[in-house]
Design a protein around this ligand. Structure first.
Ligand SMILES: NC(=O)c1ccc[n+]([C@@H]2O[C@H](COP(=O)([O-])OP(=O)(O)OC[C@H]3O[C@@H](n4cnc5c(N)ncnc54)[C@H](OP(=O)(O)O)[C@@H]3O)[C@@H](O)[C@H]2O)c1
Length: 474
């Protein structure tokens, strides 16, 4: 049976979505396919336009060709959806968008408004390099495009407390907070949303979601890939800044949040932010940084690099629910497997006939984010046969395909929420600020990187962080 999913649409007013950086990798691989998927599922507003914006010469024909090619390559293919209808709604604005020169955008927006009856909401999606966020923010103000519009900033929204504050001060000066959305696409994975919905929809799960029953929370985002062609970008960032303080902190806060009053458009964001504000400052002894053997030989990596290709952190959250429960976060390259998991490692029995019994592995509730997602529940049961004893087994519930419904990739959720004005899957300023603040002691006293062999779960010290427990993935 399908229950009504809580979803909140502002209204069915026409929308103009402006894709700044439409020619880039993100739009090609993720945003344009997401839009076409929504068109295919008839989940776009009744009337809409998409403006592909960029610098230099960039005609409507260029944009249409670009969209078609993106869909051919990344799907759904044009033939699998309402391509003719979508094509008619595509517009292009070249000439860039800067304080000195707004290019073609204001004229194209006027034309889109005329075509849509004059009352369309305008959503500006900044799918441009982060260095363009500040200048473009100023350009919206300079060209009078702020009123009645919404803006979405891609990640990273700042790369340190200082750069976050600098960007956010300008964003808050130019926009009202209700107009601003900030992306962390990990919040939009199907299984990540189930960390919230499965928890609150199942009282037994909600009942164990606390320090009485949970020994550790683990968030793992592991890749077998190396840094590929992105070596110089990666070397300037590293695993800790690229993943831990951003995505994994937000995922940990999603686990840690107190029950929101409702599932309305702002309540989940507020609950997540409140959890992030309770993260204890991260001490250097709670962090392990690793570098896979061979990293320094990669073209584009400086020979004196100290960049971490793997980072693990033990975070403490000062709430009554989670006091003394470590949140173990780990992410890296060239690891043993491609895995994305959020796991609650459960405590053994403390009363009853099995109190104090040593078991092989702790019982666990684990959400896998890969593809359509899955929920694994590891339980202790009686060993079959006459010898007796206890064994452990895992029940796996694939989250994809339930009720005949297929998964949607994160960007499809994000674009839909954005067009609906629903903030649930977006990050909030108090949480982002709290995350940067929480890493200050670590950032001031960064531990040295330790070597690890490719194809492993990281340096031995990573296991130490989990003691007296163990990693679910090992
Ligand atoms: N790619 C991904 O998988 C991915 C994943 C998550 C988040 N992101 C984030 O999404 C954003 C876009 O990523 P991307 O990989 O698509 O970037 P990109 O390919 O480097 O750039 C996107 C487009 O932005 C325009 N652009 C480049 N420099 C600019 C500048 N200084 N000012 C204004 N426009 C500029 C270019 O279009 P024109 O030359 O046509 O103007 C370019 O095609 C970034 O913030 C990134 O961090 C990307």
């Amino acid at each position: 049976m399908t229950a009504e999913q809580p979803h909140h649409s502002t209204d069915d007013a026409p929308v103009v979505l402006v894709l700044h950086g439409a020619s880039g990798d993100l739009c090609r691989r993720l945003v344009l396919p997401a839009l076409f998927e929504l068109a295919r599922r008839e989940l776009l507003p009744a009337d809409w336009r998409v403006v592909g914006a960029g610098r230099g010469e960039w005609s409507r024909e260029d944009f249409v060709r670009h969209v078609r090619e993106a869909l051919e390559e990344f799907g759904p293919r044009p033939s699998e959806g309402p391509w003719d209808e979508v094509e008619q709604r595509l517009m292009a604005a070249g000439g860039g968008f800067a304080v000195e020169d707004a290019g073609e955008l204001p004229g194209v927006l006027e034309r889109a408004q005329e075509e849509l009856g004059g009352s369309a909401r305008v959503v500006h999606y900044l799918a441009v390099p982060p260095s363009a966020f500040l200048p473009m923010t100023r350009a919206f103000e300079a060209h009078g495009l702020v009123e009645g519009a919404t803006v979405v900033y891609e990640k990273p929204y700042g790369t340190s407390l200082d750069s976050f504050e600098e960007l956010d001060a300008e964003v808050q000066r130019v926009w009202d907070e209700e107009q601003v959305f900030r992306i962390d696409h990990f919040l939009a994975f199907e299984a990540m949303q189930d960390v919230i919905h499965a928890r609150f929809a199942n009282p037994w799960l909600a009942a164990i979601w606390n320090r009485e029953h949970v020994a550790q929370v683990q968030v793992d985002v592991a890749e077998t890939l190396d840094v590929a062609q992105r070596a110089s970008f990666y070397d300037a960032t590293g695993a800790f800044l690229d993943m831990i303080v951003t995505h994994l902190f937000q995922m940990a806060a999603t686990v840690a949040m107190e029950p929101p009053a409702d599932l309305g458009p702002g309540a989940l964001q507020e609950a997540r932010d409140a959890a992030l504000e309770r993260f204890r400052p991260l001490q250097p002894e709670d962090v392990v940084l690793g570098r896979f053997d061979g990293y320094l030989d990669i073209d584009g990596v400086p020979e004196d690099s100290t960049t971490d290709t793997l980072a693990a952190a033990r975070v403490w959250i000062d709430t009554d629910r989670w006091r003394d429960v470590p949140f173990l976060l780990r992410s890296g390259k060239k690891m043993a497997a491609d895995e994305q998991r959020v796991t609650l490692m459960l405590k053994p029995a403390t009363e009853g006939p099995y109190a104090g019994t040593e078991l092989g592995e702790p019982a666990a509730v684990s959400f896998s984010l890969l593809e359509g997602g899955a929920l694994d529940v590891r339980l202790t049961v009686r060993t079959p046969g006459v010898e007796g004893g206890l064994s452990q087994g895992t029940a796996t519930l694939p989250l994809d395909g339930l009720d005949g419904q297929r998964e949607a990739p994160p960007y499809t959720h994000l674009v839909r929420h954005l067009l609906d004005g629903d903030r649930s899957l977006f990050t909030g300023v108090p949480g982002l600020r709290a995350a940067w603040r929480a890493i200050e002691p670590f950032a001031a006293d960064r531990p040295a990187v330790q070597p690890y062999a490719p194809g492993t779960w990281g340096p031995a010290e990573v296991d130490r962080l989990a003691e007296p427990g163990r990693w679910f993935l090992r």
